[in-house]
Design a protein around this ligand. Sequence first.
Ligand code: HPA
Length: 362
Amino acid sequence: MATMADVARSAGVSVATVSHVLNGTRPVLPHTRQAVLDAIDALGYAPNTLARSLVTSRTHSIGLAVSAVSNPYFTEILQGVEAAALDSGYSLLIADPHDDPRHERKVVQLLHERRVDGMIVAPSADPRELLAYLGRHDVPTVFLDRLVDPPAGSAPRFDQVCAENAEPTAGLVTHLTGLGHRRIGLVAGLPGLSTTSERVSGYRHGLAAAGLPHDERLVVHGDSDAAGGERATAALLSLAAPPTALVTANNAMTIGALRALRDRGLSVPDDIALCCFDDFAWADLFSPRLTAVAQPSKELGAEAVRILLERLAAPDRPARTVRLPCAFVHRTSCGCPEDPAPGGERQRAQNPPPQHRKGTAS
Ligand code: HPA
């Protein structure tokens, strides 16, 4: 196996120069740098990143802890993180805390002990142990998707990246009230997550904007997974006055809601209209095609890497929160009578969604 000394000899430079090219520790003249890279190529030299880390005390790795990596939303986030990390010469260590606060603290500790340069974490609904760990150890960390509130009165300590949640959810409700619905059920996510509370608050704003009262019985938590979505939908359907329309607050709960509706022989949108938070690759294959809010999943992942690398370069800059907009994907499960023009179904979610009024639902 070729060594650094072999590369240096072949390129006609010192071992130190090879090291500077590999580690970026000093500027190297372009033609010298190219000679080193050519020698590396010709000899098939593979740098020992562990040895390099001893010199730079950087591992050029990022730890990523996100729950439910099998959920397409998080899988796309992961793709965004991976591509952006690779572009900047970073590798990834991935862990799934399964939304379990204990497990979360453990995996974050393991990633830290692997000496990742920084971490991207989608915190669980109860991040107290996680925050205590990060408070004891100075690990540059970006929170992704779920925001963590700073203690009242204190400045945020962490960089955070998430999608808009409230406005797009309000937009779905406005779309349904515009179609005449007055009883709209919300299949809400796991309590304790900022995504859940923001989507619930968006739902309320949407109702208020239409002058509708808020009926607590129409909000049932589906715990962010398919089984929970099915249970919550069943509960909503067994109300004395069931909803005429449903908003499901994530993709997994949409699957659960569709199961509950199928089991009761209800058809969408004739018996009940459906609008979903989260678009996914096969949402347009359902019959009817699902009207949804699409999150910018890959961009969220890429943005988290960008902010983390900024933080590594400037450890003292103030923490900030970046929110990315969603898109309203207008299809037919909402009850609109026709498909929008081809290519015209996707709009920024904050704009008032289009209406195709078809009469009043009660
Ligand atoms: N957060 C935001 N969006 C989602 C989630 C989540 O945990 N799961 C599926 N869509």
